[in-house]
Design a protein around this ligand. Structure first.
Ligand SMILES: Cc1ncc(COP(=O)(O)O)c(C=O)c1O
Length: 450
């Protein structure tokens, strides 16, 4: 595996990403869709390749042979051989107290569903969300509401679109909130919630907190113990990692604790999928589960990807999470300043969320309210290989509420309004932002918006 110099400049890191070396029509890619998924460095691909080539066996200490040992060592670690496994690497990355608090999942969505389906809700419990949840942290709760088990409620932000702690506390005082489940960093606005305060208040009222940290963990230092969060979910593919790996963090006494009979029995969080790898023993009429995290990881796993997840974490750690946040902030300030200077007074251009770029990490989402405002993303890609996202970013509920029911099928209606999202990561450059800005300006002129 190629060694990485931790003091290398961010520009030099670009060489680690083969996709950035591609050319179409003589021009490089300008990849600004990182909130969707990130590019993958050679180091992560080499880790995958190494596993498939050299030890394509099962993990989970099922088989006791050479190849299986090499897989299990790289995931569960082997102190005798000085190998730190991916589970430990992930635990240290988010500052978990124990690697047994790290459950590997397919992605954030899978992790959130594990909580939704495994949590011992009682009829009438309330799950409290924000007004801007990704479908992955909305639909699983709506499903439970539809089944008559819980009620879903929402907190509303203040008029600067910042989290309103007072309104939040009001909800906790009035309702039967059992679980607070919130997008830690919004994939629409890039705004990061005051999670520590939220968790402190929720705990005062006896509610547990699940953070959907899909957009937070890849971009900033996360310390689950300092946050005192109960559950937290994220995906590796949003941080240079392999596709198909996510993490559900759960406090040890929640993942592993059996409830007393008078509390209803069973786990605080019940494993939803059972089968191979989840049980210590079984008879024709009964089974005994393994301790967490194993009881949550049913069946043969994507072992090469779990190993490569460790490589991805090492990669971003060598860059430094503070450095990543700072760089994204610089790019966002530049983009926000340029866009607001050019179009801030037009009346048809608007940035979503807090107006201060400092509050929006590496995400900048804007609305264009002009005739034929759709398909700008396609044109940016066609003209200069600039890749951004348009549409509703899997946050249909928010856009339906704001723009009117039915707006969320933008390609099939002729509303003269569209929303676009630019999202940066550490390998993006100011030059790339300039290419985006110039091409956008060209499109606006061609469409006679200016
Ligand atoms: C805030 C948020 N939550 C959840 C998800 C779902 O992530 P995944 O598709 O990896 O499950 C995303 C992905 O865009 C997201 O931005």
């Amino acid at each position: 595996m190629k060694l990485m110099n931790s003091s290398a400049s961010l520009e030099e890191r670009r060489e680690d990403f083969p996709a950035l070396g591609r050319r179409r029509n003589g021009m490089p890619p300008v990849y600004l869709d990182n909130a969707c998924t990130t590019l993958v460095p050679r180091q992560v691909m080499e880790s995958l390749q190494e596993c498939y080539a050299n030890y394509p066996a099962c993990g989970g200490r099922r088989s006791r042979h050479w190849f299986a040992e090499e897989v299990s060592d790289r995931i569960e670690g082997n102190p005798d051989k000085g190998i730190k496994g991916s589970r430990r690497i992930l635990a240290e990355f988010i500052h978990a107290g124990s690697e047994n608090e790290i459950v590997f999942t397919l992605n954030t969505t899978h992790a959130l569903n594990l909580v939704a389906l495994g949590f011992p809700f009682r009829s009438g419990d309330v799950v409290l969300l924000t007004d801007k949840e990704h479908n992955s942290n909305l639909v699983p709760w709506l499903r439970l509401q539809k089944a008559g088990l819980i009620r879903v409620d929402y907190t509303v932000p203040d008029d600067r679109d910042l989290f309103d702690l007072e309104a939040f506390e009001g909800k906790l005082k009035n309702g039967r909130v059992r679980l607070v489940s919130m997008g830690h960093t919004s994939n629409v606005t890039g705004y990061t919630l005051p999670a520590r305060e939220i968790i402190r208040i929720a705990h005062q009222y006896g509610a547990l907190v699940l953070l959907d940290s899909a957009q937070a963990v890849p971009h900033q230092v996360i310390d689950v113990q300092d946050l005192d969060v109960d559950f937290l979910a994220f995906s590796l593919h949003k941080m240079c990692g392999p596709r198909g790996v996510g993490v559900l963090y759960g406090k040890k006494d929640l993942l592993g604790r059996y409830l007393q009979e008078e509390e209803g029995g069973g786990f605080v969080l019940e494993p939803v999928f059972l089968g191979g790898g989840t049980v210590a023993d079984a008879t024709y009429s009964s089974y005994r589960l393994l301790d967490p995290p194993e009881c949550f990881e049913a069946g043969i796993q994507n072992y090469p990807a779990l190993i490569a997840a460790g490589a991805a974490v090492k990669y971003v750690q060598q860059i430094g999470m503070e450095r990543i946040s700072a760089h994204e902030g610089r790019l966002n300030r530049f983009l926000t300043g340029e866009l607001m200077n050019r179009y801030g007074d037009t009346g048809w251009f608007r940035i979503f969320g807090p107006q201060d770029a400092e509050q929006r990490g590496g995400i900048l989402t804007f609305e264009v309210k002009r005739p034929n405002a759709v398909r700008i993303a396609e044109e940016l890609s066609r003209k200069r290989n600039v890749m951004i996202r348009d549409g509703v970013f899997c946050v249909h509920s928010y856009f339906n509420e704001r723009f009117g029911q039915g707006w969320t099928l933008p390609r099939s209606h002729d509303e003269h309004r569209m929303v676009y999202r630019v999202s940066c990561y550490f390998y993006n450059t100011v030059e790339e932002c300039r290419i985006f800005l110039e091409t956008l300006e060209e499109i606006f002129r061609e469409r006679s918006y200016l």
